[in-house]
Every structure is written in C-alpha cells, then in structure tokens.
Design a binder for this molecule. Structure first.
Ligand SMILES: [Zn+2]
Length: 156
C-alpha cells in the first residue's frame, strides 16, 4: 500500500467572459422589469402560471406562448440568511435569498428579501417566517436586470 502523500495545491482564479442570449421570452420578462412589471407564462395544457416567464412548460413539454403580468406580492416558501461572502454573490452579505410564490402563480421565484434589519441573525430568525407575505421593491433606475427588483419586503 502506498504511503499517503502531501501535494501542493495551487490556488488561482479563472475568469471566463461569456454572453448569454436570453431569447424572446426572457427578453420580454426583463423588458417588463423596466416598467415595473413581472411576467409569467401560463401553460394552456396544465394551466400553471410559471415565473419567470418560460418558453415551454417543464411538466407538459409543450411551448408556452401565453405571457401574463403576475402579482408583485407573494409568500416566502423557503429562505436562507447568508452572512459570509463568496464568489459570484448577487450582493454583499448579509442578505436573505428566498423562494417566493407570487400570488396566483404556481412556481417559486428566487429573489432577495430585504427591508428588515439583517445585522442580528437571531432577530432575523424570529422575524422572517415561511408563509410571510412580501412585496417587490423596485430600484429607482431600472436596466432590465433581475436586481431591478431590489428585494421583496414584508407586507405590513
Ligand atoms: Zn403544462
């Protein structure tokens, strides 16, 4: 049996510039953000409303062309408080990422939850609850980006 060997580990960073073509469905979805609208798509076979809008239904495997504006309010299905910084984060910690079921839709929308004091994790755990109602808070200047919605804030 070979003896255990120690190896040198080279730590480095690789940067890969890329472009991602959104296609007509996601382009329309993000164009909606510029007008403070959230678009979903309704599958005409299973009648589910999916957010973000999609070009096909992943359950029925058919094209979905019925794009509709959906509610900007919903409920937290699941959430996570992130306190440590790592590569590729959407914003500086602390922040809450959450699965949000917008009213009248049938899929979870991943976004940030804010508008509450995040400096004390115990306070956050006592305050943020599954099922809690939240509403989109938009940035002043919108560019057609997912973070045109600053976060979803608790509905008072
Ligand atoms: Zn379907």
């Amino acid at each position: 049996m070979a003896e255990k060997q120690d190896f040198y580990i080279l730590e480095d960073e690789v940067s890969i510039p890329y472009q991602n073509a959104y296609g007509p469905t996601w382009t329309r979805f993000f164009e909606g953000f510029k007008k403070e609208k959230i678009y979903g798509s309704r599958c005409l076979k299973c009648n589910r409303v999916l957010v973000p809008a999609r070009s096909y239904c992943p359950r029925c495997f058919i094209e979905v062309e019925d794009v509709i504006e959906v509610s900007q309010e919903g409920a937290i299905v699941s959430w996570c408080l992130t306190e440590y910084e790592y590569f590729g984060m959407p914003t500086k910690p602390p922040f809450i990422s959450a699965l949000i079921r917008l009213d009248g839709t049938d899929a979870e929308f991943v976004h940030l939850v804010g508008g509450i004091d995040l400096s004390d994790p115990e306070y956050v755990r006592k305050t943020v609850k599954t099922g809690m109602k939240v509403k989109a808070v938009w940035k002043e200047e919108k560019t057609g980006h997912i973070l045109d919605i600053k976060y979803f804030a608790p509905v008072k």
